[in-house]
Each structure stands twice: as C-alpha cells, then as structure tokens.
Ligand binder design. Structure first.
Ligand SMILES: [Zn+2]
Length: 305
C-alpha cells in the first residue's frame, strides 16, 4: 500500500496546526503585554510623584489609590506652583455654634504661630484624644505647620481629627488690608495642604477678630469662618484646670463649639482635657468634628477609619 499521500496529508495538517498555534500564542501574548507596559510605567511614575509630594512619614496604605489621585494630584501641583489652593467661593457668613437640636459638641484646638515667634505643640492633648477616642478639630496656622512638619503630618493622617485654617502668621484681620487677608488665608491653605494632605474648608480668625471685609475675603476663598460659644480661657496661665472644667461643663449645650489651644500656650489644657471629655460625655454629649457638628463630612481625610 502506498503511504505517501497519507504522510503528505499528515504533514500538511501538522504544519497548519503549528502555524495556528504559533499565531495564537503570538496574538495572546501580544495583546496582553503591549498595552500593559506603558500603563505600568505611568502608574509607577505617578506613585513616585505622589509619594514625593507627601512628607516622609506616610505609610503606603495611607496614600489614596494612585489611579483615583491621578487627576487631582496633577491639578493640585499646578495650583501649588501658583502658591494658592483655590476653593469655589461661598456666601459670607459666620458659625458660632452648630444646630441646637442634637447633643453634639465640637472640641477645637488652635495652633497659632506669629511672625518672629516659635510656638510649641502639646502632644499630651493628642494622646488624650486618642486614648479617649475623642474627635476634635485643629485650627492650624500655616507657619506653625512649616515649623512643626512632623506634628502637622501626624494630625492630618489621624482619622479622629479634622484640619482647619487659622491664617498664616496670626495677624489680626481687623488690622490688615484685604490683599493681606487673602494672602494670610491662601498661604495657610497651601502650607496646611502640603503638610497634612488636607485642604481645609473652615477658617478661624486670629483672636476671633473680623469685620465685613474679613467675612468677604474668607468667603471668596471658599472657607467658612468658625468662632465658638464656649471659651475655656486656656491661654491665660491663671486659668486653672478646675476653672476650665467648670466652664466646659456649665456652658456646653447642644451644638457647642469649645475653643482651646494645643500650641503650648494652653497652660492647663492637657490637665483639664481628660475630665472635660468625661464630663461632657456623662452629660450625654457626643464629641464630633466641626463638619460633623454642622452636618457635613467635608475636610476629613479618613472619616471612616
Ligand atoms: Zn490663635
């Protein structure tokens, strides 16, 4: 029997099979690898850029997903070049307390630092808030953030705390021009964003001093000014912890905003704070951030952590 036709047909079938196999392999590996390489490169360079932008203590898990940050990171960089962080304008107004219906109270701590003056940082306050799992809002000076970069970074990435703006060098807004007010607000916005990773939505006037022009400038910068309705008096060395505790206990109502200092000038604040927290909770108040007090979630880095 002549086997040649059979061998010929077998060879042809094998050749076609090899051709299809090689072709398929090439197509699959080709479609897989070609588009992926540039994506990986882009992601890696983006991740490096985001990491460089953050202060060095950032843990990888704390950086937001790179893909989601791509557009924001670029936009923020462009804004930072101009030295400004711009929010859409809001209507001029002032907040002295939150709604009186719900039993919520906001503890706030100012981090003031003036020109030619180096303020401090009372870490005991942060430890107490953490130990007691108490939320708080820090009104940070822009210059303070620059002289306390590690502390500013820690505050920004601690999920219990909200970051807010307390001007750049604590100049009284009733003493300066509109242009200088704007510079005080925006330089602080830029500094706080660079050091904490957060763009604040709230502002506190140095010493609470404001006028119509000051209200307009802060609104034009997209920030809401936050005053207070419970004054502990902690920058006065003569105001003892017992007096601070009594004031907080007697004056706090639904929606209250309590002002204290964490820049080393709140002389008895750390001593009074544990009792203030316990007393307010015993009266049925929940301690919240300013944005939670006002029914908003904005301005918080890790609201759900
Ligand atoms: Zn201040």
């Amino acid at each position: 029997m002549n086997k040649r036709p059979f061998i010929f047909i077998l060879s042809v079938v094998l050749a076609i099979g090899c051709f299809i196999g090689v072709g398929l392999t090439y197509m699959v590996s080709g479609s897989d690898s070609v588009p992926r390489l540039p994506q990986q490169t882009a992601r890696e360079s983006e991740a490096l850029r985001v990491t460089r932008e953050m202060p060095p203590l950032v843990a990888e898990s704390e950086i937001e997903p790179v893909v989601e940050q791509e557009e924001t990171a670029v936009a923020v960089d462009e804004i930072a070049v101009a030295g400004e962080v711009i929010l859409p304008p809001v209507l001029p107004g002032l907040v002295e307390h939150g709604p009186r219906e719900a039993p919520l109270v906001a503890l706030t701590f100012d981090l003031c630092e003036r020109d030619r003056d180096r303020a401090g940082f009372d870490e005991r306050i942060v430890r107490i808030l953490q130990e007691k799992d108490a939320k708080a809002t820090f009104f940070m000076g822009g210059k303070w953030a620059e002289t306390h970069p590690d502390a500013a970074h820690m505050l920004g990435f601690e999920g219990l705390f909200e970051m807010a703006n307390h001007s750049y060098t604590h100049k009284l807004f009733t003493d300066i021009s509109g242009d200088e007010m704007k510079s005080q607000v925006l330089k602080a916005q830029d500094s706080i964003r660079r050091h904490t990773g957060v763009t604040p939505r709230y502002f506190r006037y140095p010493a609470g001093a404001y006028n119509d022009a000051a209200l307009q400038v802060v609104a034009d910068c997209g920030l809401v000014p936050i005053q207070w309705d419970v004054v502990t008096g902690d920058p006065d060395p003569n105001v003892k912890a017992t007096a601070m505790i009594r004031v907080a206990k007697e004056r706090a109502r639904n929606g209250s905003i309590v002002i204290m200092h964490a820049n080393g000038r709140g002389w008895h604040t750390a001593e009074a704070l544990p009792v203030i927290i316990d007393e307010l909770r015993a009266k049925g108040f929940e301690l919240v951030t300013v944005s939670e007090l006002l029914g908003e979630k904005r301005g918080i880095v890790k609201a759900d952590s």
